[in-house]
Design a protein around this ligand. Structure first.
Ligand code: ARG
Length: 603
């Protein structure tokens, strides 16, 4: 077996300027300082986690064991609990921390200060959620990227959904994001498609050819290509003429691309996704320049007429030029890499492509490092892979007849089922037609997106309409209901936005006493930590889990804490609780928007 190409080393690419609301960020700062002061001779990475059980406080520092071991290696013996005590003694004053506790095993349990929580909540109700401020980066996200003439399939749907959410996350923290659709619009398959177009629509230069379904068109031309030698020859000639950019061939190619583009755009529009199309064809001239550079710098080796590059540590080479002189997927990705680094000046290059292509990307990136195109310590160049979409039979997602599922059909089916669900619940009787349509689409598209995003990205997941449209459990429908419910609680209190604002402005603190109030407030405050974590891992299920916990925590709060107290005809609003509900909804809204899900005020 060939050995896998070397993975890029992990670096800290997220540089935080101001932790703002990030509790973990601020706690890790004080703990790092304390550790450095108490144990200047050891260098260990800080281990700080959320406490798994309220018995252990809110957060936990687990560094003492590592430090104790490091000291031992230096010839000093100190029990973890002693180490922990010395760290605590050096903790700088910190408004977040109420107290610390050191159980015998040597953990440090950290309890948050209630005043601090009240202050943060007050601030959020005045100014909204403030995400940590991060040094801005120019980020290029390559996602969706279907191949022309072949229908976009569920694999591309995953890339589309994940890539869009990652882009939204970057945009939310103020990055400069270029969303690129690297469509496959330049392969040898165009030879047969163009030859077939000439035969089927000889008039294509004057009238738009009614290609209709591209998949059928593709299959028909492929059949001729496989069975008819004469046709095959013509197809090859067409490729050469296309690559030489002869006008008639460019025209034919454009017609074919347009059909594909229109059907893809319909999907993007429905899903509220913006992309800049920059397909493989864009790199045609740049590929020539790459071949020249690699030749001049002696990076190519000729084997049986092919020109190959063997990046360090990679057994499988890149085919830069084929024996017929043509370029490949490797060539276009080398050109795209260099273009994104040098011309586009990208700091982070993110490729959202199925995990099956990880070998390809590892090899391309290894080549980029060999060529000294970039320094991986500074530039984040990363393949963000994902698993397969499976049918409920746990096999690759297919239609009953075994064809790839058309995305348009998949979305339509989702919309149909979502409408049925809403009607089952009698929502059509309570909402206007317009409200119902908005809710229906939010549920359908939100359901499809959330089902994807809430699963660990790198794993396969089972596509199930029933599951995604279930209103119980960790689903978009549940979250959308929970969100709409909080908004309605706030609406029905009769307190206007202005009155809430006034109250928030007049009260610096949002004092909370009840355990469930505090629990909810702490969960709201975790949002910034989650954002930082996801920026690092690009694992969006973490944000989904957070959202789900936030809404179940709200339910716990609401079942024990009255927002509006009614007694004998009069009712009294607990303003602190009302504002807590309000900022919970705002936090949910921010998170849902990052996931690309449209929150609706009424469901
Ligand atoms: N068109 C490719 C496919 O459908 C995905 C392209 C991903 N992006 C890239 N730069 N290679 O498999």
């Amino acid at each position: 077996f060939p050995s896998a190409p070397p993975k890029a080393k992990k670096h800290d690419y997220v540089i935080v300027k101001d932790f703002a609301g990030s509790i973990m960020g601020r706690l890790s700062d004080v703990f790092k300082t304390a550790i450095k002061e108490a144990f200047p001779s050891v260098s260990v990475t800080l281990v700080l986690t959320e406490a798994t059980n309220p018995k252990f406080g809110d957060y936990q520092c687990n560094s003492a064991m590592g430090i104790s071991a490091a000291l031992k290696a230096q010839g000093t013996s100190k029990k973890p609990s002693e180490v922990a005590a010395e760290i605590v003694a050096k903790l700088p004053p910190c408004p977040l921390i109420e107290k610390t506790e050191i159980p015998p095993a040597g953990f440090i349990n950290v309890y948050l200060n209630d005043q601090f929580i009240a202050k943060q909540c007050g601030e959020i109700s005045r100014n909204g959620i403030k995400l940590p401020s991060i040094e801005s980066r120019r980020v290029i996200v390559d996602f969706s990227s279907p191949n022309i003439a072949k229908e976009m399939h569920v694999g591309h749907l995953r890339s589309t959904i994940i890539g869009d959410a990652i882009s939204r996350l970057f945009e939310a923290v103020g990055f400069d994001v270029l969303r690129l659709n690297h469509i496959g619009d330049w392969g040898t398959q165009f030879g047969m498609l163009i030859a077939h177009l000439f035969d089927e629509f000889p008039n294509f230069q004057k009238e738009t050819p009614a290609i209709g379904d591209l998949q059928t068109f593709y299959k028909a031309s492929k059949k001729r290509f496989d069975e008819d030698e004469e046709f095959k020859k013509r197809a090859y000639q067409c490729v050469v003429k296309l690559q030489n950019k002869e006008p008639e061939f460019i025209k034919a190619w454009t017609s074919i691309c347009d059909v594909s583009r229109n059907s893809n755009n319909a999907v993007y529009d429905k899903l509220d996704i913006k992309l800049t199309e920059r397909g493989e064809s864009y790199y045609q001239e740049r590929m020539g320049a790459i071949v020249k550079e690699l030749t001049d710098r002696s990076f190519l080796r000729e084997e049986e007429g092919r020109h190959l590059m063997f990046p360090t540590g990679c057994d499988i080479p890149l085919t830069v030029v084929k024996s017929d002189g043509g370029y490949t997927y490797d060539t276009s990705d080398l050109a795209a890499l260099k273009n994104r680094l040098n011309e586009e000046k990208g700091d982070w290059l993110i490729y959202v492509v199925d995990a099956g292509q990880s070998l390809h990307f590892d090899t391309i990136f290894a080549a980029g490092r060999d060529l000294k195109w970039y320094d991986e310590a500074v530039k984040r160049v990363e393949h963000v892979g994902f698993g397969l979409v499976l049918g409920e039979d746990k096999k690759k997602f297919k239609t009953r007849s075994g064809d790839t599922v058309r995305l348009q059909d998949l979305l339509e089916e989702g919309v149909k089922r979502s409408e049925e669900k809403l009607k089952e619940k009698g929502r059509d009787k309570e909402m206007t037609v317009e409200e119902l349509t908005t809710a229906r689409d939010a549920v359908a598209y939100g359901g499809i997106k959330y089902a994807d995003l809430s699963h660990t990205r790198t794993q396969d997941y089972v596509f199930s309409y029933d599951r995604m449209l279930d209103d119980k459990g960790n689903t978009a429908v549940y979250l959308l209901y929970a969100y709409a419910r909080i908004r309605s609680i706030v609406r029905q209190s009769g307190v206007s936005e202005e009155e809430m604002e006034k109250y928030a402005a007049a009260n610096e603190l949002l004092p909370l006493g009840h355990v469930k109030e505090l629990k909810l407030a702490k969960q709201v405050l975790k949002m910034s930590d989650v954002i930082l974590q996801v920026l690092d891992t690009l694992m969006l299920h973490t944000l989904c889990d957070y959202l789900y916990t936030l809404s179940t925590t709200f339910t716990e709060f609401y079942s024990e804490c009255y927002v509006v107290e009614k007694s004998e005809g009069s009712s009294k609003v607990n303003m602190n609780r009302l504002l807590l509900a309000h900022i919970t909804a705002n936090t949910m809204e921010t998170a849902l928007k990052i996931l690309g899900i449209r929150p609706v005020p009424k469901m």
